[in-house]
Design a protein around this ligand. Sequence first.
Ligand SMILES: [Ca+2]
Ligand SMILES: [Ca+2]
Length: 186
Amino acid sequence: MRNQQGFTPLESPDEMLCVASQVQCKKIQLKRKHSLTGFTLIELMIGIAIFVGVAITIGLAFLRGLALNESSQNLGHVIYRLQQKAEEVKNFKTVSTLEEVLNAYNGQSFQLTDLGDNRGTIEILGVGGVPPGQLYRMAIEISWRDKDGHVIGEDLDLDGVLDIGEDIDGNGRLDSPAQIVTYLSP
Ligand SMILES: [Ca+2]
Ligand SMILES: [Ca+2]
C-alpha cells in the first residue's frame, strides 16, 4: 500500500512510475518529502536570531556613523571659534604691548557660549632657540563634553587646569583635538 501523507497532491505521472519501479518510487517519495517539509521551530529560531543580530549590528553602525558625523561637525565649528579667539588676541596686540597681551591672555581660561559644557585655555610662551623676546608661541585649546557625555580633550573636569591624570600624552599641558597654534612677535 502506498504511503500517502495528508498534504500529498493527487497522483502525478511520477507516481505512476511507482507501479513499475520501487526504486523510482522511493526517490520520488524522498524528493517530495524534502520539498514539502517546512522550517522546524529550531531553524526558525536560529533564523530570527541571525536576523536580529544583523539588524542590531546595522543599527549600531548607523548610530555610530551619526555620532561620528556630529563629532566631526562639532570639531570643525570649535576650530573655527578658536581661530576667532586667536584673532581677538592678535587684534588686541595691535593696540597693546606684548606685556599687556601676556597679562590679559596668558593662562586665561574661557568658555564658548554655543558648545554646551566646555573650557578652553590660552598659553603664550617665548619660543626657545631664538633670542629671548623675538617670538612667542600661542596655543589655544578647548575641551568639551559631547552629547554622549564623553569629554573631548584632556581637561576631563573642564576646569581649565591640568590636574593629575589628565596629561595623557605627558607633555605637561592640556591638549585637545581642537587646538590651534600661532606665533606672536614682540
Ligand atoms: Ca582639569
Ligand atoms: Ca597633554
